[in-house]
Write a protein that binds this ligand. Structure first.
Ligand SMILES: *[C@@H]1O[C@H](CO)[C@@H](O)[C@H](O)[C@H]1NC(C)=O
Ligand SMILES: *[C@@H]1O[C@H](CO)[C@@H](O)[C@H](O)[C@H]1NC(C)=O
Ligand SMILES: *[C@@H]1O[C@H](CO)[C@@H](O)[C@H](O)[C@H]1NC(C)=O
Ligand SMILES: [Zn+2]
Length: 475
C-alpha cells in the first residue's frame, strides 16, 4: 500500500522540518488553561538534548510554509484567521440533544441515560485541581486497586519538567517512561492493526467548540474517540451525552490533566477515579480506555490504570522524530502556527504510507483553533485521501463493537477486562492477597508503592502469575 499521489505535493519554504515533531514533554503546553500545576515547567524549546527526543526550537511565527491539501472544507475558516488569540466566534448549537432516560440502542445492555440536570457539581472535587486523596470515594478506589493484588512498581514519582529535569529516570529503561524514549508495553494501544485504518481521537474536551466538531463529524458520518477531562464533563455534561448518543467512543483523560508520572499512587488513583466516576454519572457506563495527558506514562501509572480497568491508549510513534502529534494544541498559545500543524499532518501522511498497519493521531477539541484546523483542513484532506482511510473510533479499529468500550457492557468473554489482559500479557504481576495472613514471609522485590503498600511484607505469598518481570520488556 505504498503510493505517491501528485495531489499531495508539498511545497515547503522553511528552514527545516526538524521543528515538526517534538515529543510530548511534560508540561509542554504553555497556554493550557487547566494546568495550574504546570505553570513553572519549561517550554518545549528548553528540552533540546533529551534522551530519545528530537526536540528542537519551535518554528518562528514568520516562517512561511505552504502545504497543498487534496481537499479542504469549502466553508473552512481561512488559515490566516487561525491564529493565537483570535477573536472567538459563535459556536454551533448541538445538532441533537440527548434525551435523559432514553436507552442507547447501539450498545446492548446499556442503561438508560441519566438526567444531566441531576449532576451535583458540589459533590465532586474542585475543577482543574488535583482531587484530595482522603475522601471516602478515593479511599474506596485505593482499596479497589489493592484488592486486585496488582504489584505497583516501586518507582519514585518524576518531578515536573520532563526528561531534562529527570535525567536519571529518563535514562532508566526499566521504568518504561514513554515521555523519554517512547517506551510502550504490550497492553498499550498505539495504533490500529489494519493498514489505512485511522483510529480518530480528540482530547481535552468537552468544550465550547466540541459542538462545531460534532457538527462536521455528523455531516461526514464520522465517529471518533473522545478522551475527556473530568472537570470539563462537569461543565458540559449535555455535550458528553450527545457525543455518546452519537455513537462516538468516550474514554478517560483524567480529572485535572496533570502529568501522571509526577503524582503519588494515591493521587493517580484520585485523578483516574474521579474522571471515571463523572463519566459514569453522566452516561451510565464506565469507559475502559484512558489516555495519559502528554502521553506521560510509565510502568507505575500503567499498573494503576490497568488495575482500575483502564487500558492506556497512546498515539502512533515510529521514531523519535515521527510521533503522530499534529501539535494542534499549540496554535492557541502561539508556540506554533496552523501552517506548521498542516506540515506536521503531511509528514504524518508520509509516514502512514510506509506502515503495514493503521494509526492513531493526537488532536484536540479544546480550542477553537484545533477544531478549525480539524474540520477545515485535516479531516477534509483525510477524506479525500487515496487509497481511502477507514476513519473510526479506536475501539472500532480494534475490530470491536462500541459496547466493548465500557466496563458494564463489554463482553467479558471476548474482551477480557484490562487487568486480565495485562496479566496474560505479562505487563503486570499480582500478589496473592490473603487477608488472614500476618506472617512475615513477604518478598523484598514487591513495590512499596508509596503509602499504598500494595505488596506489603505482611503478605504471606507473592506469586508472579506469569513469571515475568515488567522491566524485561525493552523497547
Ligand atoms: C515521517 O515524519 C518525519 C517527521 O515529521 C519526516 O521528517 C519524514 O519525512 C516523514 N517520512 C515520510 C516517508 O514522509
Ligand atoms: C463484565 O464484567 C463487569 C464487571 O467487571 C460487569 O459489570 C459487566 O456487567 C460484565 N459484562 C457482561 C456483558 O456481563
Ligand atoms: C460474547 O461473545 C461471544 C462470541 O461472539 C458470544 O458467543 C457470547 O454469547 C457473548 N456473550 C455475551 C455475554 O454477550
Ligand atoms: Zn490532553
Amino acid at each position: 500500500m505504498r503510493f505517491s499521489s501528485p495531489s499531495l505535493a508539498l511545497v515547503v519554504a522553511l528552514p527545516a522540518l526538524v521543528a515538526a515533531h517534538h515529543e510530548h514533554i511534560v508540561g509542554r503546553h504553555p497556554g493550557h488553561p487547566i494546568e495550574a500545576r504546570q505553570a513553572t515547567t519549561p517550554s518545549p524549546s528548553s528540552s533540546g538534548s533529551v534522551v530519545g527526543t528530537g526536540t528542537t526550537a519551535a518554528p518562528t511565527p514568520s516562517t512561511t510554509i505552504s502545504v497543498s491539501l487534496a481537499s479542504t472544507n469549502p466553508t473552512a475558516v481561512p488559515l490566516t484567521a487561525i491564529v493565537s488569540n483570535q477573536p472567538s466566534s459563535a459556536t454551533k448549537p448541538l445538532d441533537s440533544t440527548a434525551v435523559p432516560g432514553s436507552t442507547p440502542t447501539f450498545i446492548s445492555g446499556a442503561p438508560p441515560l441519566p438526567n444531566p440536570a441531576t449532576l451535583a457539581p458540589a459533590s465532586y472535587p474542585t475543577l482543574d485541581r488535583l482531587p484530595p486523596i482522603d475522601s471516602p470515594e478515593v479511599q474506596e478506589w485505593i482499596q479497589e486497586v489493592k484488592n486486585t493484588g496488582i504489584v505497583i512498581p516501586d518507582l519514585e514519582p518524576t518531578v515536573a519538567g520532563g526528561c531534562p529535569a529527570n535525567a536519571a529516570f529518563a535514562a532508566d529503561q526499566s521504568r518504561c517512561w514513554w515521555t523519554c524514549g517512547g517506551c510502550v508495553r504490550d497492553t498499550d494501544i498505539t495504533d490500529c492493526p489494519t493498514a489505512m485504518d485511522w483510529g480518530l481521537t480528540y482530547d481535552d474536551g468537552p468544550s465550547f467548540y466540541t459542538s462545531n466538531l460534532l457538527s462536521y463529524l455528523d455531516e461526514q458520518n464520522l465517529k471518533s474517540t473522545f478522551f475527556v477531562v473530568g472537570s470539563r464533563v462537569i461543565s458540559f455534561p449535555a455535550i458528553l451525552q450527545t457525543q455518546y448518543m452519537g455513537q462516538h467512543q468516550i474514554a478517560v483523560h483524567t480529572w485535572s490533566h496533570p502529568s501522571l508520572t509526577t503524582l503519588t499512587n494515591e493521587e493517580i488513583i484520585a485523578e483516574l477515579g474521579w474522571s471515571r466516576k463523572v463519566i459514569k454519572d453522566v452516561l451510565g457506563v464506565t469507559p475502559n480506555m484512558m489516555r495519559p495527558p502528554y502521553g506521560d506514562i510509565d510502568d507505575r501509572v500503567r499498573a494503576i490504570s490497568l488495575a482500575m480497568g483502564l487500558i492506556p491508549v497512546m498515539w502512533t510513534r515510529i521514531s523519535p522524530l515521527a510521533t503522530f502529534d499534529t501539535d494542534d494544541f499549540n496554535i492557541h498559545g502561539g508556540s506554533t502556527t496552523v501552517e506548521q500543524v498542516l506540515l506536521n499532518w503531511k509528514n504524518i501522511l508520509g509516514n502512514v504510507s510506509t506502515l503495514d498497519h493503521g494509526f492513531i493521531v493526537l488532536e484536540h477539541d479544546l480550542f477553537e483553533q484545533t477544531v478549525e484546523v480539524a474540520t477545515g483542513y485535516i479531516l477534509p484532506d483525510a477524506l479525500a485521501h487515496n487509497p481511502p482511510f477507514k476513519i473510526q473510533p479506536v475501539v472500532s479499529c480494534l475490530n470491536k463493537g462500541l459496547s466493548e468500550a465500557y466496563i458494564e457492557t463489554n463482553n467479558n468473554s471476548t474482551n477480557p477486562p484490562a487487568l486480565a489482559a495485562a496479566i496474560s500479557a505479562g505487563v503486570v504481576t499480582t500478589t496473592s492477597v490473603s487477608p488472614s495472613s500476618t506472617g512475615s514471609g513477604g518478598t523484598g522485590n514487591a513495590g512499596t508503592g508509596g503509602a499504598l503498600g500494595l505488596a506489603s511484607p505482611s503478605l504471606a505469598f507473592m506469586i508472579s502469575l506469569v513469571g515475568l518481570v515488567v522491566g524485561a520488556y525493552a523497547v
